[in-house]
Design a protein around this ligand. Structure first.
Ligand SMILES: NC(=O)CC[C@H](N)C(=O)O
Length: 374
């Protein structure tokens, strides 16, 4: 029997729908993603720790789930909001329905509400804390719970999801049709790369391997000296959840690496690189999440359609004299990429590994390899 569920926002707005996934209650920042597909990659991206994801595309769950599509072992989003949940998944790769998958991982979902109204509300009033509950509490009581919940600002969530011990990764990106590694890398890896894990997506590692890297993934608190002692050809700064300015010591560590070794940062890694350079980050009104964000490369004039997932951004003015802004978002003019050519360092706010999303920006992994080749 379907159970009634409520989504209550911190500003008092409430929505009624049906529970799916885990029955119970969950608190998180309510955000929206405009991707039409790739819900499993989205849910398992550790950057969603502490967030309830609303999918703006109306039908979800139609291709089920498979362990192959996980970006990090399990769902990291704490809740999911869907207009219509497919009752019967249909795909040859599917091992489990979305409903059963979220139940097994204890993630609460709500479906059957007007997600168009919710997305417009978040765009107008901003992403905010919210509660999904199927435990019968009144919408007003739930809204009060959302209002008093701690928001994203000031939260170091990266340290909690980072690996506890270093490990080496050498698997090329899999061919989804066979599950077998594509023949991308030829022969022995050419570069030893140390990757800081702030909440790493697996596909970033695959794409580094594809351009000839042997990757050693290290915990977020690893010191610059420990990293340099490994004599890497380059250092990679991964994505991750929470407020970049709250990740303990990360800015000082990265500052100590810049200029000594080529550095490539993505998303949280990009934000931390900006902080290391003396720049500033800020919380956006509702962020960028989806697979259709237009980004202009200011060096070539080319426009890429990019995958994104972030709620903080780098303040353009704070980078003056410290770094070159190389990419901007064509929707709102925000910083999407920066470079410090003398230090052989660059970073992007968007996701060249996509997963899910367009692969326009995949060449950036090759650009990193080129930098390391000298
Ligand atoms: N995907 C990411 O790395 C997200 C970075 C950061 N947590 C933000 O929301 O802006």
């Amino acid at each position: 029997m379907t159970k009634r569920a409520v989504l209550a926002l911190a500003d008092g707005t409430t929505f009624e729908g049906r529970a799916f996934g885990a029955v119970g209650e969950t608190v998180g920042e309510v955000v929206f993603n405009t991707s039409m597909y790739g819900y499993q990659e989205i849910l398992t991206d550790p950057s969603y720790v502490g967030q309830i994801v609303t999918m703006s595309y109306p039908e979800m769950g139609n291709v089920g789930t498979t362990p192959e599509d996980e970006e990090a072992g399990k769902p990291h989003a704490v809740g999911m909001v869907v207009r219509a949940l497919a009752s019967q998944p249909s795909n040859w790769r599917s091992k489990e329905s979305l409903d059963a998958y979220l139940k097994r991982h204890n993630v609460a979902g709500i479906e059957g509400l007007d997600t168009r109204r919710l997305v417009r509300h978040l765009r107008t009033h901003g992403a905010q804390m919210g509660v999904i509950s199927s435990e019968g509490l009144s919408p007003t009581a739930l809204a009060e719970r959302a209002r008093t919940a701690h928001g994203m600002e000031g939260l170091d969530l990266a340290t909690g999801v980072s690996t506890k011990t270093p490990y080496t990764f050498t698997a090329p990106s899999p061919d989804v049709f066979t599950g077998i590694g594509e023949a991308h890398p030829q022969g022995e890896p050419r570069f030893d790369v140390v990757a800081y894990d702030y909440g790493l997506k697996k596909s970033m590692l695959h794409f580094l391997v594809d351009v000839g890297c042997r990757v050693t993934v290290v915990p977020s608190h690893t010191t610059a000296d420990e990293v340099l002692a490994r004599r890497p050809h380059g250092v990679f700064l991964a994505n991750g959840p929470g407020d970049p300015a709250a990740v303990k010591g990360a800015d000082r560590t990265v500052a100590a690496l810049l200029g000594k070794v080529p550095v490539f940062g993505i998303c949280l890694g990009h934000q931390i690189m900006a902080l290391a350079l003396g720049g500033r980050t800020y919380k956006m009104k509702f962020g960028h999440r989806g697979g259709n964000q237009p980004v202009k490369d200011l060096t070539t004039g080319k426009v890429e359609i990019t995958a994104q997932n972030h709620g903080f951004a780098v303040d353009d003015a704070s980078l003056k004299g410290k770094a070159v802004v190389t990419h901007i978002n064509l929707n709102d003019g925000t910083v999407e990429g920066l470079a410090v050519p003398d230090a052989r360092a660059f970073s992007v706010q968007y996701h060249p590994e996509a997963s899910p999303g367009p692969h326009d920006a995949r060449y950036l992994f090759g650009r990193f390899a080129k930098l390391m080749a000298g």
